[in-house]
Design a protein around this ligand. Structure first.
Ligand code: PMT
Length: 436
């Protein structure tokens, strides 16, 4: 009996980015390989063109014939002897997305080490498409430092990791290591393809000027010592790069020297006062100002002109507040708006360790800005110095949660949220009280 139109799965709009997408589905050798069969079916049902690649290990758990029957083309299992002379470049170069589910510890290790000893390994190296890796293994293996380091290496390189769940494992064990359900993998694949499509086609910042402040300020105690913080500047630079890619003319006020976007104006500063001068003097000519920098709240009231000597005993540091740049931007904008002047979209950050959304909301109101990116700096893999981040973007009209993702992806989400204010009908925040 063949399925009639009523029996066919109805298209789900949230999965529309999968329609017509060319997906390489890598399957490696673990008990969870059986779930990859359902995953393959769901991807095909959502309209994707799926090319399965099975490792030798996978073939011990599932059959190539099953995948060939369900997928859009026959399953490939070897670098040699198939229909195509160079299968890994055909697959890797033609893919819009590569999904590896399940990914064993071996696959994670060889991918991190750049080893191409089988078709899946070679395809992973031959692709420039986004890669979504879904590990599955026993808890002890997943938590092993070698595996965790490989995962961290892959994340640093921009590979998307869908972490395993806690639950029942093979052999009656239970713990973290269970492959994510096919529906979750399909949803993540759809999200990545949608994000890629918008990133490729977006030029919504063309003709706009964006100023980003990045890095942590250093407040001198004496000529050799300073008060600093853990900011690496990575999140700010990611925003500057993403804005430039989307067509903006970028000014970067920074305390650190990373790779700026080509053509950006880069102003190197060190202290909160220098950052304040650079940002406040340029802000009126900007369309968007993003304060991703970790600015010291206090500085030594007077830096010693000479190196403090240990033999003189511990110095007594008298601290004074630094200029609050973001609050000053909020104030200056209110003054400009009152006179009918031009006013940039203002984006602040809030590095918090508790009550993230409430505190981000408080900063939004007290500093009189349009968006506050709440950054839970206590969360694993998020905040200072990591390559990944997890944020909640708070505005007058609601919030957007961005779960753990690369700082580039967080940057895109921040720019998406800021771009909404280019439409004059988007409500801005009504300032309440002075900053804390
Ligand atoms: O640089 P990375 O290692 O990539 O890490 C990124 C980050 C954690 C530094 C970044 O995501 C972040 O959260 N930046 C803000 C850090 C911070 O100083 O938060 P805050 O809650 O103390 O400050 C609130 C806002 O006021 C910030 O936008 C800050 O730039 C601004 N501020 C603070 C003090 C001050 N004197 N002037 C300011 O403008």
């Amino acid at each position: 009996m063949t399925a009639g139109p009523a029996d066919r799965p109805q298209p789900d709009d949230r999965l529309s980015s999968l329609r017509g997408a060319r997906i390489v589905l890598g399957v490696s050798g673990g008990i969870a390989a059986y779930k990859a069969i359902e995953l393959c079916r769901q991807l095909v049902d959502a309209g994707a063109h799926v090319s399965p690649v099975l490792t030798k290990g996978a073939l011990r758990f599932v059959g190539a014939a099953t995948f060939s029957a369900l997928a859009s083309e026959p399953a490939e299992t070897s670098l040699f002897g198939g229909a195509h002379p160079i299968p890994h470049t055909r697959l890797g170069q033609g893919a819009d997305l590569v999904v590896v589910a399940p990914a064993t510890a071996r696959v994670l290790g060889s991918y991190a080490a750049g080893i191409s000893s089988d078709l899946l390994g070679a395809t992973l190296l031959a692709t420039r498409a986004p890669v979504l890796v879904c590990p599955a293994m026993h808890t002890e293996m997943w938590q092993h430092p070698a595996v965790q380091e490989n995962v961290a290496t892959l994340r640093r390189r921009g590979v998307h990791i869908l972490e395993p769940l806690a639950g029942r494992l093979a052999g009656g064990d239970a713990g973290v290591g269970r492959l994510q359900e096919p529906e979750a993998v399909v949803a993540e694949a759809a999200r990545l393809l949608a994000a890629r499509a918008t990133a490729v086609s977006r030029d919504d910042y063309a003709g706009r000027r964006v100023l980003v402040a990045a890095g942590g300020t250093r407040e001198p105690i004496d000529p050799v010592r300073f008060i600093a913080n853990r900011s690496s500047g990575k999140q700010g630079y990611a925003i500057a790069r993403a804005a430039a890619k989307r067509g903006a003319t970028v000014t970067l006020v920074t305390t650190v020297a990373l790779d700026p976007p080509p053509g950006a104006e880069v102003l190197e500063v060190e202290t909160a006062a220098e950052m304040a001068e650079a940002v406040l003097s340029r802000a009126p000519s900007q369309d968007v100002v993003v304060m991703a920098a970790a600015v010291a709240d206090f500085r030594p009231a007077a830096a010693a002109p000479f190196k403090l000597r240990k033999s003189d005993g511990p110095p007594e540091l008298v601290l004074e507040p630094t200029p609050d740049i973001l609050a000053e931007l909020g104030r200056a904008r209110r003054a400009q708006v009152g006179k009918g002047g031009f006013a940039p979209v203002l984006v602040g950050f809030a590095a918090e360790t508790e009550d993230l959304v409430e505190r981000a909301g408080e900063k939004l109101r007290s500093k009189g800005v349009d968006l506050v990116v709440g950054n839970d700096v206590a969360a694993e893999g998020a905040g200072f110095a990591h390559d990944t981040n997890a944020v909640t973007i708070v505005s007058a009209s609601g919030r957007v949660d961005v779960p753990l993702a690369s700082k580039r992806e967080v940057a895109e989400a921040v720019l998406d949220a800021a771009a909404r204010f280019f439409d004059p009908s988007t409500p801005s925040i009504a300032p309440e009280k002075e900053s804390q």
